[in-house]
Design a protein around this ligand. Structure first.
Ligand SMILES: NC(=O)c1ccc[n+]([C@@H]2O[C@H](COP(=O)([O-])OP(=O)(O)OC[C@H]3O[C@@H](n4cnc5c(N)ncnc54)[C@H](O)[C@@H]3O)[C@@H](O)[C@H]2O)c1
Length: 437
């Protein structure tokens, strides 16, 4: 019995099929046709599904976050006028000047670093996706500030490889100051994929393009003091353990340090990671305590003062932004050249990591007292238990390594730095045009 017959068993009492060869051929023909139609349909369905899930504009793709889709879809770049602006912004004023691509240039630290580089004659091109993690109008105001000093910020995402390649085609950047990231420890519980998108995938995109660039640039990038996580040995030194992150943000920064090692090892990229400790100052970030405390104190709203177990003090090594900028510039100036070319390593390259802190942790309640004096308003304090959602009890930097190799020496104490912040805050928000969100 052929397998065709086997598939059509005879039923007693019913019409029994003639097993003539002609009939067999006809049945074989119809059965094959049915199978062919069935498999064509399956293939067609498969193709539709593949197209549906791979499409960047698909709304049901489970992987990229909203941020990812938004950031890669809405920006337009290119064209002769755009290239002209890119070139002009990146041009150095002196022969030995650096030509730096600053990612996250519309951000708090990025704006200060870009302005400082431009002031001393370096070529600076910014890149930022202006996402709405916090009030984008503040990013636009920083952009306007930089524009006045001749810095153009390209609007785009660090995951846009085509854009990055184009930028390196137009300008032979000597350095990349990579500051773009999803910052903040608490937001990671709300939107974890934005951290993976910017801090891991975005870092890899940057390094991929840098490794293939000719010449390869040297890269300085922002890690974070949060990599020390639950480490209890103080002050935190670069040699201390960093394998106990307390937040997804910290974990992505730690991953970044390992990724940096890989690209240094395989491709000869010169890489310097800077572990910033709670940076504050004018044009700061509205999601940070010193910023929203100021806003809430002025509004008469109560502010949460966190307390660790057994009434333990929560303290931070607050570092003024101008000190951080000096550390960033020193890291760029002392960065050795990358050693690879054409995507291949030619010899060992520099790999560094430095703490950039202030070396004097201040209890958060003291920060509030300083703000009260500067704002001349009594704060409504509400002492609350430190939640376990990413914040650590204290941070304290050992900066001897940065001191020795970068000549880094912070000079601004919290009182002086906050005075400058409050002066900026009042003039920025009290001008009547804007209100802190
Ligand atoms: N401010 C601090 O206290 C502190 C402390 C430790 C580490 N850091 C790190 O320093 C860097 C700068 O921090 P900041 O305080 O200026 O933060 P910020 O949020 O003000 O600046 C980051 C900028 O990057 C941009 N950005 C984010 N994802 C992007 C993407 N995928 N593509 C393009 N642009 C993108 C944002 O729009 C923003 O303007 C970050 O890497 C941050 O993690 C900051």
């Amino acid at each position: 019995m052929s397998h065709i017959d086997h598939d059509n068993p005879s039923t007693p009492g019913k019409f029994k099929m003639e097993k003539s060869s002609y009939m067999n051929r006809i049945r074989w023909h119809y059965s094959s046709l049915a199978k062919l139609t069935f498999w064509s349909f399956v293939l067609f369905l498969g193709l539709i599904l593949v197209f549906f899930f791979k499409s960047p504009t698909s709304t049901s793709s489970p992987l990229p976050s909203d941020l990812y889709r938004r950031s890669l879809r809405t920006y337009s770049w290119g064209g002769p006028a755009w290239e002209k602006r890119v070139r002009a912004s990146s041009r150095t004023r002196s022969r030995n000047g650096l030509s730096v691509l600053v990612t996250g240039a519309a951000g708090f630290v990025g704006t200060h670093v870009s302005a400082a580089l431009k002031r001393r004659g370096d070529g600076v091109l910014g890149l930022d996706n202006f996402n709405d993690y916090y009030d984008p109008s503040l990013k636009r105001a920083r952009q306007a500030l930089l524009e006045r000093s001749g810095v153009f910020i390209v609007e785009g995402d660090i995951n846009d490889i085509a854009l990055l390649k184009k930028l390196f085609e137009v300008v032979a950047f000597t350095h990349v100051m990579h500051l773009a990231a999803q910052a903040g420890v608490r937001y990671a519980m709300e939107n974890p994929s934005s951290y993976v998108h910017s801090n891991i995938a975005g870092l890899v995109s940057i390094l991929e393009v840098c490794k293939s660039a000719n010449p390869q640039p040297a890269i300085v990038w922002a890690s974070s003091s949060s990599v020390y996580g639950l480490n209890t040995k103080v002050p935190f030194s670069e040699k201390d353990r960093t394998d106990q992150p307390a937040s997804l943000y910290a974990a992505t920064k730690k991953a970044g340090e390992e990724i940096a090692h890989t690209y240094n090892h395989i491709y000869g990229l010169s890489l310097t990671g800077l572990r910033f400790f709670t940076v504050y100052g004018p044009w700061g970030r509205p999601d940070m305590a010193y910023f929203f405390f100021t806003k809430d104190i002025l509004k008469g709203k109560s502010i949460p003062i966190f307390e660790a177990a057994n009434h333990g003090t929560v303290a931070r090594d607050f570092t003024y932004v101008d000190d951080i900028v000096k550390g960033c510039l020193a890291a760029l100036d002392t960065a050795e050249k990358s050693t690879g070319s054409g995507g291949k390593k030619k010899g060992p390259a520099q790999l560094r990591v430095f703490n950039l802190g202030n070396t004097s942790p201040v209890p958060v309640s003291d920060l509030v007292s300083i703000l009260e004096r500067l704002l001349k308003v009594k704060a409504k304090r509400s002492v609350t238990k430190l939640p376990r959602n990413g914040d650590v009890q204290f941070t304290h930097a050992n900066i001897s390594s940065a001191q020795m190799e970068l000549g880094y020496k912070p000079t601004t104490d919290l009182q002086t730095g906050l005075k400058k912040f409050v002066r900026w805050y009042l003039s920025y928000y009290d001008s009547g045009k804007k209100s802190a969100q």
